[in-house]
Every structure is written in C-alpha cells, then in structure tokens.
Design a protein around this ligand. Sequence first.
Ligand code: GLN
Length: 467
Amino acid sequence: MMDSQIHKIHQQLVDKKISCTALVQQKLNALKENTNNTVNSLLDDLALKLAAKVDVKIAKGDPIGLLEGIPFGIKDVYMLQGTYTTASSNLLKNYKSAYTATAIQKLLDAGAIPIVKENCDSFGHGSSSENTIFGAVKNANNPDLVGGGSSGGSAVNVAKEYTIFSIGGDTGGSVRQPAGYNHVYGLKPTYGRISRYGLMAYASSTDCVGPIAKSVEDIRIVLNAMSGKDVKDQTTYASAEITKDSILNSKSIKTIGYFKNFIENDAIDSKIKADFLIAIEKIKAKGIEVKELDFFKSDILVSTYYTLAMAETASNLSRLDGSNYGNRIEDKNLKESYAITRSENFSEETKRRIVGGNQVLSQGFSDEIYLKGLALRDAISENFENDFKEVDIILSPVTPNSPPKIGDSLKDPHAMYLSDAYTVGFSLGQLPTLTIPQGTETGLQITAAKNNDELVLKFANFLKDTI
Ligand code: GLN
C-alpha cells in the first residue's frame, strides 16, 4: 500500500497538496526533456484539458475516483481517437487513430489521464526497442544498454517516474522483459481478460494488454480498471474484481515449481542462475514446498513461438498496403504500388517476419511447419495443465541474460529471439504472468494457471517481503 504511487498521488490531489494541472505539466516537461527516447508523441493538449476538469471537481469538493487525474503512458500501438498511432513505423508515421481501444477507453472512463504515446519496437517486433523510427530506447538504469522490448518506452517511463503507470502490449514477453530490464513490475494477464480491441494486432492468439507500474497494488488497480468482457473482442471473458485485501494474504500458496532445464542450461548467465537459486532457498525457508518440473527445451519454445507469431503477423499486416491507411507510394500499377509501399515502409525486422510468416503459411510448407507449430503449442499447454495440478505457482527468471548494449541485438536477430526463451512459453499457454523487480538482475517471473491472475499478485506480495 505504502509504495502505491496511485494511492499516494490520489491523496495528494484530494488534500490539494498538488493540482492535477501542475502534476500533469510536470510529467509532460519531464517527458519532453527525457534523453531515453521514450516519447513518440506527447498528448499535451488532451492531457491538460482533462487535468483542468479534475481540478474543477476537486475545487468544488466533488469526490474523485482512485484513478482520476493519474497520468499514464500508452505504448504507441493502441488506438486513442485523434492521436498519432504509429507502431513506431514509417508506414503509419502520420496515421491518426479513428477510434479508441477498449482498454484505454476504460481508463479514460475511470478518469486517468493519457500523456504520451510511447516508443516501442515497430508492430511489437523485437526485444530491445531498437526496431523503431524514433531511435533506440535507452535503459532507465544505464543509457548504454537497451530499454528492452517491445514495450521499452513504457517500462523506462515508469522506472523514471515520467508516467505513474504505462500500458504495454505483450505477445511473447514485451511487457515482462522490459519491466525486468528496468526494475519495475509488468503483468501479462490471462489471455482474454482484457479486450484487444484497438490494440494493433501482432500475433492475435497471444496478444495481451498489460500494465507496467512500480507496485503490485498499482498493477492490481489498473488491471481491474481494464478487465472485462467486450463484444468487440470475442476472446474476452468476464472476470471478478481482484480486491485489495485478497492479495495481501498468500496462505493458499503451498507449493511452487520451477523448470529445471531453464536453470540447468548453458545459455543462462551464471549470476542470474545463482541469484535465482538463492531466491528459491529463501522461499523454501518460509515453509513453501518447491518442486523441480520438466519442460520443453527453451529452443523448442522459441521456435514454436516465432513460427506461429510470424505466421500471424504476416497475415495481420497484409492489410497494410497503403490503400486504406499509411504512407502510400505510387508506382506504375497497383501491384507495384503495394510492393514499393511495403518494402520502403516496413523495417528490416518486420519484413523478416512477414517473409518468414508467409513461408510458414504457404502451400507445400504449412503442413510441415505451421501445423507442427500448432501441435507443439497444444503439447505445451497440456504440459502446463499437468504442472498446475502439482504446483500453485511457477517461478522463473525473466531472461537468461542481462540487457544487451545498444546496437548488439540488431546485429544478431537470432540471438535476440533466443533471449525470449523464458517468456514465450507462458504466452503460448495464455497464462497470467508477472515480472517483479526482485531476485535476479532482470527480475523474476511469477506464473499461475489460466484465470488465476489474483494468485500471481498474491505471490508477488509475498515475495516482496521474502526475498
Ligand atoms: N520479443 C518478442 C517478439 O519479438 C515478443 C514481442 C512482443 O511481446 N510484442 O516477438
């Protein structure tokens, strides 16, 4: 509670210790001056207009909601009507949203104030936030290192307190990994808990809306505000609100597990491995049983995820041909116009994925590759189901290594894909999973069975006092 930024600022607003306008202006200034490349566009006019309204309410003595007047950031892949929504791409550099994403609308309805569209890997394609036309996002703790990706700008803004919370998007780790790289909390909820309507589709079967914040309590508040069934996204489901008190008690958690082969592996940094095992010992010392679990090799997880993610993104991005939106380049005929529009306006990384995805889906290959990927995905999900018959929580590192230097990931895309080894499996399983800024240099990841988002938050609170 004490470390909740939202509760703290709410109280300051109610007590008139700070005006909402002053608060928003201060955050806008900090964003404007920031040297970490986190900003694609500032929402000054909208934010100050909304802040003035909150100030009027406070002056009149009207009650305000917990999220009312709280400034937040939005990864630049969410629609917010009238604002630039670029996906950090050349293709959509000048595109303005025609409507507002459900998740963002729910935050607006709760009175939260959007102040910035945040830098990220283009269309979510990346693990470092270097695949962007706005310049590489720099790590909050060391500007020579990457901010992580793809929601790098969002995680850095939270770490630097330029935003109170930010909304990232997580397809294969894009909320959890940058949260880990910048020492903040980042949640990928159960798939379907939050509507994807108005989130630019990367891989629709794993895309999740995810909050990034500085405390478990703030994650809880923002998660509740965004959750719910939405007729505009048929994969959504209704979920119960997670109460403040329910996540303070973790007595129901008796057994946890971890994947042996994530830890006994040549690819993991020796310090991350040692720190992870120290955390495990501290948990055991609290009387919790810890089981070693068997799982798929991380290279199989990575290849399955990238096979399916590339197939889905090739399909989703086929609509971006310059006809309806985006920077169209005219050529001698329609086909050539499509070709030049797409080849000039997509990044190298995005094109690599479109080409790879179309290969995966093409006649003569799809049985061998795409269908095999789907079968593996089913096997992965089944493995999780069996694990959660035995354990309440699965704990893992977030990444095998510490954040790379700026420039390194661009030189070696394959190494970048492999750095997602610990995050992508949980995405394929559509499980709720949270990065906490504790345990290893890039944090720990807490995962539970589907729809058990509450249990994840409970265990995060427990670990806060345990390790
Ligand atoms: N790094 C992973 C990828 O590039 C995950 C990205 C994401 O979650 N959007 O696919």
